[in-house]
Design a protein around this ligand. Structure first.
Ligand SMILES: *Cc1c(COP(=O)(O)O)cnc(C)c1O
Length: 351
């Protein structure tokens, strides 16, 4: 949380203006500041990361089958299904945990309209390979870049890739606005489309450009974002140190880490560790939880196993069963990391 006094100052301004939502001054300021900080062409602040994906699907008018990853948060899949598209799962690369571009082409049919891939844990996909396939087959590309705040690919913000990229600014994410998200789009016509879609289709007070939804966000959320943005360089630097420290103290354990994309800058949003087996992962999770430490099973279950879809993705199913994200947050101390480490060593010996 940012300093509460700073938030109160911004609240005072909101009270004075009596302007709570509908593209207010703080929302505009946040969008401008994000554009500068991230060095992106455009950013549209929306109410959450899920509506961001849904707006992207609508803006690109996707129909039929969409190739997607089974290793992501459920919103990647549920947004497709909610918008009437059929998710077609392509298995992941076991090292990066991102969709495996080598397996995409064989999943394309005459009904395929797009690829929706997640840059998992903020580690960019093989964007060049994906774009090459998409261009060859006339497919649109959406990146669920929910974890990618501050991540780069080939010297540019990762949000600048694909036809549209989306982000989540949920409270659990690296940069947050309590609830919130963003749509990143470079094409002018598509950008206009996103603006209409996010505001009920309004094109002026009494005119409509097609069907829309309420994807707007409020002045109070923007205020939280404006303050948090000031601390981002510090937050990312601290996470880097915490991640490096975990790696050092966990060296003696039988754990695997994700392979980072070479052409990218990483943001240390998560600290995922892959255990030898599901049994080991669950035993460690229980040991930590018994001691009031709460790792998360990100991401479990593998999305192709959800009841409302079909798919066959053995690599994702396997990794998903034995991966945990360890606690990582700004106030986490070295002593607390040592404690996490001790319980992990203890459970590995016991198991
Ligand atoms: C958090 C998350 C979302 C959803 O974002 P919300 O802001 O919570 O709606 C979508 N995709 C991924 C990969 C996420 O981690």
């Amino acid at each position: 949380m940012p300093p509460i006094q700073e938030y109160q100052k911004l609240l005072k301004g909101i009270w004075n203006r009596n302007w709570l939502t509908n593209n207010g001054p703080l929302v505009n300021e946040l969008e401008m500041n994000l554009k500068d900080y991230l060095k992106v062409s455009n950013v549209f602040f929306v109410s959450n990361g899920t509506i961001a994906i849904q707006i992207a699907i609508k803006a690109l008018d996707l129909k039929g089958e969409v190739i997607t990853t089974p290793f992501s948060y459920v919103a990647t899949t549920s947004s497709l299904v909610w918008e009437g598209c059929v998710p077609v799962y392509v298995d992941i690369d076991p090292e990066t945990l991102n969709i495996d571009p080598n397996k995409i082409e064989s999943a394309i049919t005459k009904n395929t309209s797009a690829i929706l891939a997640t840059h998992c844990f903020g580690n960019p996909c093989d964007i060049d390979a994906i774009q090459k396939i998409a261009s060859k087959h006339g497919l649109k590309v959406i990146y669920d870049a929910a974890h990618c705040f501050g991540t780069e690919y080939k010297g540019k913000s990762v949000f600048e890739y694909g036809d549209i990229s989306t982000a989540s600014f949920h409270a659990t994410k690296l940069f947050h606005t309590v609830e919130g998200g963003a749509v990143f789009v470079r094409d002018k016509k598509l950008a206009d489309q996103v603006i209409y879609l996010r505001n009920f289709g309004h094109n002026g007070p009494e005119k409509f450009s097609g069907v829309g939804i309420n994807g707007k966000n409020s002045e109070l959320h923007a205020a939280m974002g404006l303050l948090n943005l000031r601390f981002m360089p510090q937050i990312i630097e601290k996470r880097k140190q915490q991640a490096e420290y975990y790696q050092k103290i966990l060296q003696g354990l039988n754990l695997k880490y994700i392979k980072l994309q070479e052409k990218s800058g990483y943001n240390y949003a998560y600290f995922p560790v892959i255990f030898e087996s599901e049994e080991c992962a669950l035993y460690s999770k229980k040991t930590l939880e018994d001691n009031q430490i709460f790792p998360r099973r990100y991401f479990y279950p593998s999305l192709s196993t959800l009841s409302y879809v079909t798919g066959n993705t053995p690599i994702s199913d396997d990794i998903s069963s034995r991966i945990l994200c360890l606690p990582i947050y700004h106030e986490l101390t070295k002593e607390e990391q040592d404690l996490v480490s001790r319980f992990l060593y203890k459970s590995q010996i016991a198991n």
